[in-house]
Design a protein around this ligand. Structure first.
Ligand code: SF4
Length: 346
C-alpha cells in the first residue's frame, strides 16, 4: 500500500482527483499529517467517514517505531528506528543554542564505502522513500515534543544517490503547509557525485550544499573515499565552482582530520590553494573513530594549526563541536551494533 507521506502537496492533489475527491482535501490531509501529526486516518475528524474509509483502502500512514534511543552527556540523542520492513535506520538529534538540528538518513546502508564511516561494511539495502525521510522528523518531534529548526542530510546513505526522493522530501519539509522548515535551514551533504551536484544547481531550492572533501590529493582521497576514482578532486571542484556561479550560494567543505593522514601543514597548503577565491566555508571535524576503523583523531594542536593556516589564507574555517562522542555518534555505529547483535543471536 502507498505511504501517504510520500507525496508533495501537488502530487496529493492529483491523488485526490484520482480517487474522485476535490483537490483541496490534500491541504486538509497535509494539516493533519504535518501540523497535528496524527497516526491514524480516523483522527482526521473534519473528513467524512466515507473519505476516511477511502483513504484507508488506498494508503497507509507510515509511523516509525523506536527500537533504541541513546542519550549523550551533551544532550545529543540518537534514535534507531524500525522502518517496518525489518530494516532499521539512524537519526540523530542535536541541540544547539539556535535550536534543534536533526541529522537524517537517506538510504538503508550505503554504496559509497568511505573508509572512515561506520556504515562501511553494511550492505546497501534500499533507498528510503521521501515519506520515510520525512517521518524521521515527525517521529523525533513527537517523541521529544519539540520543533526542529534545521535538517542535515548527513546520516546513513549518500543523499544524492537517492536524488528524487531526497528532493521530494525537501519539498515536503519546506512547504509552509508541510513541516515549514526554510530551505536555508536544510543542508545536503555529499561525498561528491558530480552529475547530481550539477543537477542540484538547476533546482530552485536554496538549501546548503556540503561536500565531504577530507583530502587534497587524488591518491589520498581515493584511499579514503572510493567515489574519488570516478569523480576526482579537479572535477569535483569545477562542479562546485559551477554550482556557486549558478546559485550564488556558499558551499561548505567538510574535512575530517585524521592523525598523520591528512592533518599536516602540507595538506592545509594544498587545501587553501584548491579553494582559493571560492565562496565557501571549511568545516574541520575531529574524526570520529569507529570500531575496527583505521583512522584516529588528530591532536588538538594540529587541528588548531590547520584552522589558523586556512584563516590566514583568507579561507573561513571553523572547528565543528564534537557531539555525542559517548553514544556511537558516527553515522552507522548504532545500526551496525544492532546488526552485530542480531547476527550473534542467530
Ligand atoms: S560517509 Fe556518507 S557517503 Fe560515505 S559511506 Fe558513510 S554514509 Fe556513505
Amino acid at each position: 500500500m502507498k505511504n501517504i507521506k510520500d507525496y508533495t502537496i501537488e502530487e496529493l492533489k492529483q491523488e485526490m482527483i484520482q480517487i474522485g475527491e476535490k483537490p483541496f482535501r490534500a491541504e486538509q490531509i497535509y494539516s493533519w499529517l504535518y501540523k497535528e501529526k496524527v497516526k491514524d486516518f480516523n483522527e482526521m475528524t473534519n473528513l467524512s467517514l466515507e473519505l476516511r474509509e477511502k483513504l484507508k483502502e488506498n494508503y497507509n500512514i507510515c509511523n516509525f517505531k523506536i527500537i533504541k534511543k541513546q542519550e549523550s552527556k551533551d544532550g545529543t540523542k540518537k534514535y534507531l528506528f524500525d522502518v517496518l520492513d525489518s530494516n532499521a535506520i539512524e537519526t540523530v538529534l542535536m541541540s544547539y543554542h539556535h535550536g534543534y538540528s536533526l541529522c537524517v538518513s537517506s538510504q538503508i546502508g550505503c554504496k559509497m564505502g568511505c573508509k572512515f564511516c561506520a556504515s562501511t561494511g553494511i550492505n546497501f539495502i534500499r533507498n528510503l522513500s521521501s515519506g520515510e525521510i520525512v517521518e524521521q522528523l515527525i517521529a523525533v518531534e513527537q517523541d521529544e515534543n519539540i520543533k526542529i529548526s534545521n535538517i542535515v542530510f548527513m546520516g546513513i546513505g549518500e543523499p544524492l544517490d537517492n536524488y528524487e526522493n531526497v528532493i521530494k522530501a525537501i519539498r515536503i519539509i519546506n512547504n509552509p503547509k508541510g513541516l515549514n522548515i526554510g530551505a536555508r535551514h536544510i543542508s545536503i551533504s555529499t561525498s561528491g557525485l558530480v552529475p547530481k551536484i550539477d543537477k542540484l544547481a538547476n533546482e530552485n531550492i536554496p538549501c546548503t550544499l556540503s561536500i565531504s572533501l577530507h583530502a587534497t590529493t587524488n591518491e589520498k582521497r581515493s584511499s579514503m573515499m572510493p567515489i574519488n576514482n570516478t569523480y576526482p578532486i579537479e572535477e569535483l571542484i569545477n562542479s562546485c565552482k559551477e554550482y556557486i556561479k549558478k546559485t550564488n550560494r556558499r558551499i561548505s567543505f567538510e574535512y575530517a582530520l585524521a592523525k598523520d593522514s591528512n592533518d599536516n601543514l602540507e595538506d592545509a597548503k594544498r587545501l587553501a590553494k584548491l579553494l582559493k577565491g571560492m565562496l565557501c566555508h571549511v568545516n574541520l571535524i575531529p574524526i570520529n573513530p569507529i570500531e575496527k576503523g583505521i583512522y584516529t583523531k588528530s591532536t588538538n594542536e594540529n587541528i588548531i594549526k590547520f584552522r589558523d593556516y586556512l584563516n590566514e589564507k583568507g579561507i573561513v574555517a571553523t572547528i565543528r563541536r564534537e557531539l555525542g562522542s559517548d553514544i556511537d555518534a558516527a553515522c552507522g555505529q548504532l545500526r551496525r551494533k544492532n546488526l552485530d547483535r542480531r547476527k550473534k543471536c542467530c
